[in-house]
Design a protein around this ligand. Sequence first.
Ligand code: FES
Length: 363
Amino acid sequence: MERDSTMRQSVKYTFYKLDEIFLRLPEEKQRQAKLDFIDTVRTFNRRMLLRSYTLVGLRADVDFLLWEVAEEVEAFQELETAIRSTALGPYLRVTRSFLSGTRRSIYDISLPEDQGQPREEERIRIEPSDSRYLFVYPFIKTRAWYMLSQEERQEMITEHIRVGRKYPDIRLNTTYSYGIDDQEFVVAFEGDNPHDFIDLVAELRHTQASLYTQADTPMHICIAMPLPEMMDSIGGAKVSDLVQQDVTEVGGWLPVAQVEEVPAEGALLVYYGTQQVALFHTNGQFYALNNRCPHARGPLCEGTLHTNGQGPTVRCPWHEAYFSLETGEVLEGPSPRDVETFQVRVEDDTVYIARAEQPEPAL
Ligand code: FES
């Protein structure tokens, strides 16, 4: 349980609608407002995982979505305050907002026929894929569902999982909202084909568990889009040609933390774009590794640090694979391969990381 509580994340789906009066502003004002919005949102990239999606032309009541994943809910509040303070802020309205958190499922999500296979990972850390679409809706079960025995519910969940397995390209992210928002869950499916999703949802309607759905609307189909292109999608002056690519898209150097934020002989979880990176601080040196252990995706930032003849190492907290902090090489344990390393550089008390193959920067 202790491990769970340190790994769990807060999740927010914030849907915005643009006031169309914005489109009547002079083009230069539109452009500046959009650039201000992009700059501001990007400054949060090192505090949270942020993904942008457009819904323009797909739903009347929303224009775009920011999918936000952070360690603390305060980050969501600070992001929203910052967005309101941009030049675009007065023209934006949050029309829907779903707050939730990750949690380990109380059900067995493997199937009887899986025996002997590696156990399917329960996602208590959100890690979006590169899917084109995100399908998001709030979800509430009837109270009668909670009166059923665990065995009865497990049987229905197993049926539900069996249907889901027929659609391997659809990836589910379920998060929990008990006590912190109006729905009980927020369900976000990632996929590349809306027709697969239609078929999946249609088939799920025929399962027993469907009898216990109290609410599962509104539904949103969201198209993944980098922030500048998403801003272009809302109409008005174009900005995507004017904005430099996000450094993480080209592998460049990204400031991820202040030196004092990284505990000595410890680690800090940071983001490089959408990728989780474990930033280690040991013996006065900083090292950065992909946070996901290649064995079963254990969180290396929660591992323990050691120094031996092979230099500084981290031991994965799940099954005790050891990795070199300097090279990412797997030195011991069950990991089938090395873990990705990042270059690290400290300048003016700020820690920067870049993909390992990048040349030295001019900071
Ligand atoms: S997850 Fe198994 S050793 Fe890391």
